[in-house]
Design a protein. Structure first.
Length: 723
RNA sequence: GCGCCAGUAGCUCAGCUGGAUAGAGCAUCGGCCUUCUAAGCCGACGGUCCGGGGUUCGAAUCCCUGCUGGCGUACCA
């Protein structure tokens, strides 16, 4: 069924276009081929007060060789009479270079409001025949779920609703990270160190805590200020000039065992100084130290600067130890902290811990009965918690993918395409040369043959299209993965998988915390520093603050405790969801618990409040004569605003899907709710001057409430009948 | 080094494919509750749209360039 309201608005532009064409090609003498399509130039004025539609005369300036505002005046002369006899348009005036048209709002309201009330306006759009998969959330098991993750969930869930409403067939899916080193670390810590009691609740967060503890155990900077094996104290035995290069010196270094020659570019040392010497084969800041030769002068190992040791920003100054530093002693031991007992070797302890994690990983991969059983048990702890969180947030999932399920298939595919010559070997590893796409090499198999994140994504993409038959695949993943997905999609294309063109990475910015002092820049959350806001904590604090600040005084004793609790939960959810969505996808969000819970202005609770007010009016009013409504009575500025704003709903929802931006719905709802609040303070329904006006306003209020509710629905936000 | 993203009011942010006097919220300061819920409404204050060029009748918007910040740059996920 065609909606009358839509035809009406479309026809306004066409009607005006015809009028303008008549006048321009007639009295003003513009030839038709110079005119193109005036209806297409019509836009909406920035300020609603100026009118409903505007025609800018700038482009005509060139054709007519006249100033735009004079052209507007010329057209006006002929236009006014024509407009007066045109139905649907109530007025026109020339403002500078613009012609502003006012539409017949009573006619608009007469079409729109009944359509809202009978449900046809807000009904899901006709089926588009396109199946869209939306992958979001992707949490790692054995890690904590925190505020940052809620942005992803809010975005994904909202997009699912928005696409659904726009007539797409939506398949919302999750992709669980249940494989990899993080799990080995967590389980290693649990088996090696944990001796407390397992809590009764929040087992997922408990695992996250174990994981954090594990990373602390593996942060060797806590054991020594120089966590580098194969770096030891050495003595500068002799310094000689380098031929033809005054910046370099040839240094003979006494390591305690032998004397080696090093070409050194650093400064601030002299013969006899004690320095940090990195042996061949050691790793310095991730780089392997090898034997090199500079202009034919061999150099074995390197002498570390203060920068290389992470002690200062000075990249030239070599680290010099006091004279009593024993030559040959590993620097890791020399610079140890007091975290370990003195009789425990730092290097041995580092080795022991690294080995422990590696062993756990091996046992996991080999499905050792004990370790694997522990893995499955703990994985369930995480999954149970995830499900509870999704349930609370209202996030739908139709299917769960698991990393552990796609790894094997990924490897198979990579080897198959290596065989075909599409993928190549490089430095012992396998990957895709993407230079034809102007992208860097994508590693797909490590030199030891094991797969990576990218390997799994190759298999996952196939699975999505082949098994679920989707036409489009959206990945909601943070912006840090942009290059990764460009590479994955390009690799798929290179493998001849044309449907990679229908893959889209929706990149969003991360969630930050406000600076510690006013004016300080926002900071990243870090589980290590304990600055992460865990989900349970977020929920608890939000509900608590909402109750204390807004519900306690007004409703305790008036509502049941149960109703207060439920209201607090709904408000808390709206706060977090709306806050996460009402921001440009790509930009970082600063999550300020205090600011978010204060809940005034452009926030979720503001929308809920506006909605509850619409319901409250109707509840107080009770029955009224719906047939006595007279749309021409809606003359107040705020009433006309509401009608005009409601009308935009389809355009907004369509745009939100097209641009993958739930935010446009937020902006729209804020606009609508603000108009309603203004209306609420200016026009009373219960005390309307006449029964007709009262009935008309009541229907308007009802319609506005429904549009707000539907908009919030698309954002994944529930409403309350009263707050 | 290279690549991507960003820089708009004291703070947090809108500003759609270039259009009218650059807009909100918060904060600050004034008003409005015996009348439908004050989580609200009305008003005031507040801007060299990072700098510099260019395209255009017209630039916060497009192009170039510089500065600043963030992120990413093959054996982590």
């Amino acid at each position: 069924m065609q909606h009358a309201w839509r035809k009406l608005v479309m026809s306004h532009k066409e009607t005006i276009g015809v009028l303008l064409t008549d006048i321009l090609t007639g009295p003003l003498g513009v030839s038709a081929d110079q005119l193109e399509d005036p209806a297409g130039w019509i836009e909406e004025p920035k300020d609603k007060k100026m009118g409903d539609l505007a025609f800018p005369c700038f482009r005509l300036a060139r054709v007519l060789r006249k100033k735009p505002n004079l052209i507007a005046a010329d057209i006006m002369e002929h236009l006014e009479a024509r407009v007066a006899e045109t139905a649907g348009i109530t007025g026109v005036n020339a403002v500078g270079p613009y012609l502003n048209f006012t539409l017949d709002r009573a006619a608009l309201a007469a079409d729109l409001i009944p359509a809202v009330l009978d449900g046809s306006f807000l009904a899901r759009r006709p089926d588009k025949g396109e199946k869209v998969m939306i992958e979001y959330s992707q949490p790692n098991t054995h890690k904590a779920f925190h505020v940052g993750h809620t942005r992803n969930v809010a975005l994904g869930a909202s997009l699912a609703h928005i696409f659904e409403w726009n007539g797409f067939e939506v398949v919302p899916v999750n992709y669980i990270g249940d494989e990899g080193a993080h799990i080995a670390k967590c389980l290693w810590y649990y088996r090696t160190y944990f001796d407390g009691n397992i809590p009764d609740t929040n087992l997922g967060e408990f695992l996250g805590e174990l994981y954090t503890q594990a990373t602390l155990k593996l942060d060797f900077n806590l054991l020594t200020r120089c966590p580098m094996p194969k770096v030891s104290v050495a003595r500068v035995a002799e310094i000689a000039d380098f031929p033809d290069n005054p910046k370099l010196k040839i240094v003979q270094v006494d390591t305690g065992e032998k004397t080696v020659q090093v070409v050194c570019g650093g400064t601030g040392y002299k013969q006899g100084d004690k320095v940090a010497y990195a042996h061949i084969g050691s790793r310095v800041n991730g780089r392997q130290v090898g034997e090199i030769s500079k202009n034919g002068v061999p150099s074995k190992g390197m002498i570390l600067s203060e920068l290389e040791m992470g002690l200062s920003d000075d990249k030239m100054q070599l680290k010099i130890f006091p004279d009593d530093a024993p030559v040959g002693l590993p620097v890791a031991e020399y610079m140890r902290t007091d975290a370990l007992p003195a009789d425990v070797s730092v290097l041995e302890e580092m080795e022991r811990r690294n080995h422990g994690v590696a062993e756990t990983l091996k046992l996991l991969e080999a499905r050792d009965p004990e370790v694997y059983a522990l893995f499955e048990k703990t994985k369930k702890w995480s999954m149970d918690e995830f499900h509870a969180i999704y349930d609370w947030l209202g996030a739908p999932f139709e299917h769960y993918f698991f990393e552990s399920d796609v790894g094997g298939e990924g490897k198979k595919k990579v080897l198959e395409y290596l065989e075909k010559g599409v993928l190549v070997k490089s430095e012992g590893a396998v990957g895709a040369d993407l230079s034809e796409f102007n992208l860097p090499f994508l590693l797909l198999l490590k030199s030891n043959g094991s797969g990576l994140y990218s390997t799994k994504d190759i298999a996952l993409a196939h699975e999505k299209f082949d098994r679920f038959g989707v036409d489009r695949s959206i990945y909601v993943v943070d912006v840090g993965q942009s290059l990764h997905f460009q590479q994955v999609f390009a690799t798929l294309l290179k493998m001849g998988y044309q449907r990679a063109k229908k893959c889209y990475h929706l990149a969003y910015g991360i969630v930050m915390l406000p600076g510690e002092e006013p004016g300080a820049p926002p900071r990243k959350m870090s589980s290590r520093d304990g600055t992460v806001i865990l989900f349970s904590e977020l929920r608890r604090q939000l509900v608590e603050t909402v109750t204390a600040v807004h519900l306690e005084e007004s409703y305790r004793g008036v509502w049941s405790d149960e109703e207060i609790r439920e209201a607090a939960e709904v408000v808390a959810k709206s706060t977090i969801n709306y806050g996460m969505l009402n921001q440009d996808n790509g930009k970082d969000i600063v999550f300020d618990m205090e600011a978010w819970t204060s809940a005034s202005g452009n926030t979720g609770p503001y929308m809920l409040y506006a909605y509850a007010r619409t319901r409250n009016i109707l509840a107080k009013l009770g029955d009224f004569d719906r047939n006595s409504a007279d749309w021409s009575l809606l003359t107040h500025e705020t009433e006309q605003d509401l009608v005009a704003t409601m009308e935009k709903f389809h355009k907004v929802a369509e745009r939100a899907a097209r641009e993958y931006r739930p935010q446009v719905i937020c902006l729209y709802l804020f606009d609508l709710c603000k108009s309603f609040s203004s209306f609420y303070n200016h026009c009373s329904v219960l005390r309307a001057e006449t029964p007709e006006l009262q009935a008309t306003r009541a229907l308007l209020v009802d319609a506005v409430g429904r549009v707000i509710k539907k908009g919030l629905d698309l954002l994944g936000i529930e409403t309350l009948e009263r707050i």
